[in-house]
Write a protein that binds this ligand. Structure first.
Ligand code: SF4
Ligand SMILES: [Zn+2]
Length: 397
C-alpha cells in the first residue's frame, strides 16, 4: 500500500500537471531577452547599479521531467521549442549594443556601467540542455572583455554544478562569478512535498558548494520562505533552519525568497482555493532576525531578501503568454502586511538589500493595525502531518 508520503507526492505532481496545462501558447521572439532591468545592489562595500538580464530560454528541465517546483511560474516565460546557441548569443548581443532596450534616443547604454550582472535563464544556466555549453562559454568570454563588470550571478539547480560545466566557464572567464542554487528547505518532507523540489539528497547540494569553491566561484543558496501547506510559524522556523544549514555547509550568501504568487503555480492555485496566503513581511523580518542571531559573522553576513529592489525596466513585457500587457514573469502578489505599513516595511527591505544593513529591518516599529493580527497568525497550529494536509487539501479526503 502506498504511504501517505507517496500519495501526497502523487497528488502534488498531478495537480501541477493540470495547472501547467492551462498555460496559453508561448510564442516569443527568441532573439529578444525576456526581461532586462536595473536595480541597486550592494557590492564591494558600496551600493552599485546592477543589471539583471533574463534570457528568453528553453526553461527548467525539472518542468519537463516532473512539472517543476510548486511556487515557480517561470514556465510561462519559456519557449515551446529549445532556444539555440545562436539565439542566446543574439539576445546577449542585443543587450550589449542596447538594441533590445527601451532607451530614449539620446541615452547611450554601456554595460560597463554595471558592476554586477545577473545572467538568468528561468532555470539552470549550468544545464547544457537548457543553455548549450558553447553559448554559455561565448557569453562568458564576451563578459570577460567588459572591465566594468565585476561580478556575475547565475542560477542553477545543484545537480548541474559539475566539473565540466564549471570548467566550461572558467576557461574563458576568471572573474567573480556567483552560482545561486535553490535549496528551499532542509526538511525532506517540506522540500519534496511542499516545494516539490526533487532534490532528494542534500549531499547533492553540499557537494555542489565544494565544487563551486574548488573552481573559485561563490555559492549562493536560495531559501523559499513559506511554501504551501505550512503554518506561518512553521515556515519561519524552516527558513531559519535552512539558511543556518546553508551557511554552515559553506555558502557565501543566502537569499531568503518570500513566496510571491506567479500565474500557473501551485501556490497561486491554492491561494485561489483559499488554502494559501503569502508570508507576512513581519515573518520575513523574524526569519532574518533568527538567522542573524544564529550565524554571527561580525556584521558581514551576506543575507539578502529576494524580490525587493527598486527596479527600472529596460526591456520586457512581451506579454504573449498571459495574453495581456503584463510581463509574464512578474508575480501578481508579493508578501505584505496591512495598508498602513506595507510600503514602509518594503522600503526597509529594499534598503537592507542595497546596504546590507540588517538593522534597518530590526528597527522597524510594530504596526498598531496589523502586528497584533500577525501575532495571532503565529499561534495557528496544525497537528496533521504534512502528507495528511496535502491528502486532505488536494485529495479531498
Ligand atoms: S524554482 Fe528553479 S528548479 Fe524549481 S521549477 Fe523553477 S526554475 Fe526549476
Ligand atoms: Zn500594518
Amino acid at each position: 500500500m502506498a504511504s501517505d508520503f507517496d500519495k501526497a507526492l502523487y497528488l502534488v505532481k498531478e495537480r501541477l500537471k493540470q495547472i501547467r496545462k492551462q498555460v496559453p501558447p508561448r510564442r516569443f521572439d527568441k532573439k529578444k531577452p525576456a526581461e532586462v532591468e536595473i536595480n541597486k545592489f550592494w557590492y564591494d562595500g558600496k551600493t552599485v547599479d546592477r543589471i539583471m538580464l533574463v534570457l528568453r530560454s528553453t526553461g527548467c528541465s525539472h518542468y519537463k521531467n516532473k512539472e517543476g517546483c510548486s511556487m515557480c511560474g517561470h514556465y510561462d516565460g519559456t519557449t515551446e521549442t529549445p532556444v539555440t546557441s545562436a539565439e542566446y548569443i543574439a539576445q546577449w548581443k542585443s543587450v550589449v549594443n542596447g538594441k533590445s532596450l527601451n532607451l530614449n534616443k539620446t541615452e547611450r547604454f554601456d554595460i560597463n556601467n554595471f558592476p554586477v550582472l545577473c545572467l538568468y535563464n528561468l532555470g539552470s544556466f549550468l544545464n547544457p540542455e537548457e543553455v548549450p555549453r558553447d553559448a554559455a562559454r561565448k557569453m562568458f568570454e564576451s563578459i570577460a572583455k567588459f572591465e566594468g563588470i565585476k561580478k556575475v550571478i547565475i542560477e542553477s539547480r545543484a545537480e548541474y554544478v559539475t566539473k565540466e560545466n564549471l570548467e566550461n566557464i572558467r576557461l574563458v572567464n576568471n572573474g567573480n562569478i556567483e552560482v545561486g542554487m535553490g535549496l528551499e528547505s532542509i526538511n525532506y518532507e517540506i522540500r519534496e512535498l511542499c516545494h516539490h523540489k526533487n532534490l532528494p539528497d542534500l549531499n547533492i547540494f553540499s557537494n555542489a558548494i565544494d565544487l563551486i569553491h574548488q573552481y573559485d566561484f561563490r555559492a549562493l543558496a536560495y531559501v523559499n520562505q513559506k511554501p504551501p501547506f505550512l503554518t506561518e510559524s512553521e515556515a519561519i522556523n524552516d527558513a531559519i533552519a535552512t539558511a543556518v544549514f546553508a551557511y554552515r555547509a559553506g555558502v557565501d550568501a543566502v537569499s531568503i525568497e518570500p513566496t510571491s504568487l506567479q500565474a500557473h503555480s501551485l501556490t497561486d492555485h491554492l491561494h485561489q482555493m483559499g488554502q494559501y496566503q503569502v508570508p507576512w513581511l513581519w515573518s520575513v523580518i523574524k526569519a532574518i532576525k533568527g538567522i542573524n542571531e544564529k550565524i554571527n559573522q561580525n556584521g558581514s553576513l551576506d543575507l539578502r531578501i529576494g524580490g525587493y529592489f527598486n527596479e527600472e525596466i529596460l526591456s520586457g513585457s512581451q506579454g504573449v503568454a498571459s495574453g495581456t500587457e503584463r510581463n509574464e514573469l512578474f508575480p501578481h502578489t508579493t508578501s505584505g502586511n496591512c495598508n498602513h505599513c506595507t510600503d514602509r516595511v518594503i522600503e526597509a527591505i529594499k534598503e537592507s538589500n542595497r546596504t546590507y544593513n540588517l538593522n534597518v529591518l530590526f528597527n522597524e516599529k510594530d504596526c498598531d493595525y496589523c502586528t497584533p493580527i500577525w501575532k495571532e497568525a503565529l499561534k495557528v497550529k496544525d497537528s496533521r502531518s504534512i502528507p495528511r494536509r496535502i491528502i486532505e487539501i488536494l485529495g479531498g479526503k
